[in-house]
Ligand binder design. Structure first.
Ligand SMILES: NC(=O)c1ccc[n+]([C@@H]2O[C@H](COP(=O)([O-])OP(=O)(O)OC[C@H]3O[C@@H](n4cnc5c(N)ncnc54)[C@H](O)[C@@H]3O)[C@@H](O)[C@H]2O)c1
Length: 251
């Protein structure tokens, strides 16, 4: 396991189904985790879990990611307080589901704002410190839905495609400064994101039929991949998207 002692990690969507385990895993490796979320019950649960394992290194940051100007200024402030934020994990997302013609522009834009623009704001705010130190790790979160196969998720799928291409753009632009950008594309994990499916049992069968590995994904599977991308060991890997999906999408 990598030693992340002294590292400052900004994690969005940190109280969510995947994010909470990621926050606790990074904290257990010695990182100070700035855990950004807005959902009070989920924040309470993350705080309780962090306290139960004696993990004081998870700092809750209530920040509405739908407000990019505010996000950028607050993250810049936090970077100043900590000296620098050296790892940014853009994990938050919303995922409304309905037929394409029923989305209005406000809904379309809300998805892009939270799933993509918030990531832009966080990275812009963290960059000066990363550049100054000549070190940085950006980990974006996409989804295997970007490869097709899921209806009624068009704004979300478009936003997840953007995370893959932003990863490549950032990798090229920031590589000369020692900053890597990589992306994780989760498969189907049993979190809130899955509750949007009308037939849960049928969906589990569909998932296991498509995966090569015949068990459901666990948040720890995502946390492990993120830890790797955040580590020194991944220093020569950038611009890549890793499917963490039990061998579903192979490309
Ligand atoms: N669970 C899956 O099967 C799956 C599959 C593919 C991709 N993903 C991706 O993994 C990531 C995490 O997903 P998850 O399953 O943990 O989802 P989740 O809904 O459990 O977590 C998302 C978190 O983002 C937070 N969030 C949403 N809007 C916010 C806002 N305006 N301001 C601050 N926080 C906000 C939510 O409160 C929530 O805690 C997402 O990017 C998702 O697209 C998940």
């Amino acid at each position: 396991m990598p030693d992340l002692a002294g590292r400052v990690v900004l994690l969005t969507g940190a109280a969510g189904g995947l994010g909470a385990d990621v926050a606790l895993t990074f904290a257990a490796q010695g990182a100070r985790v700035i855990a950004v979320d807005i959902d009070e019950p989920k924040i309470a649960s993350l705080s309780a879990r962090a306290a139960a394992i004696g993990q004081g290194a998870v700092q809750i940051e209530r920040l509405d990611l739908s407000k990019p100007e505010r996000v950028r200024s607050r993250v810049a402030e936090l970077a100043g307080q900590y000296g620098a934020i050296d790892t940014v994990i853009n994990n938050a997302a919303i995922y409304p589901s309905k037929p394409f013609e029923q989305y209005d522009f406000a809904e379309w834009e809300a998805v892009q704002r939270i799933n993509v623009t918030a990531a832009v704001a966080c990275v812009q705010a963290a960059l000066p410190g990363m550049r100054r130190r000549g070190f940085g790790r950006i980990v974006n979160v996409s989804s295997i839905t970007r490869s097709g196969g899921w209806a009624n998720l068009a704004p979300y799928v478009a936003s997840k495609g953007a995370m893959v291409t932003l990863t490549r753009a950032w990798a090229r632009e920031f590589g000369p400064c020692g900053i890597t950008a990589n992306c994780i594309a989760p498969g189907a994990f049993p979190t809130d994101a899955e509750r949007i499916h009308p037939d849960p049992e049928g969906y589990v069968r569909f998932v296991l039929d498509h995966q090569s590995i015949k068990r459901r994904g666990r948040p720890a599977d995502i946390a492990a991949a993120m830890l790797f991308f955040a580590s020194e060991a991944a220093g020569f890997i950038t611009g890549q998207t890793l499917n963490v999906d039990g061998g579903w999408i192979m490309m």
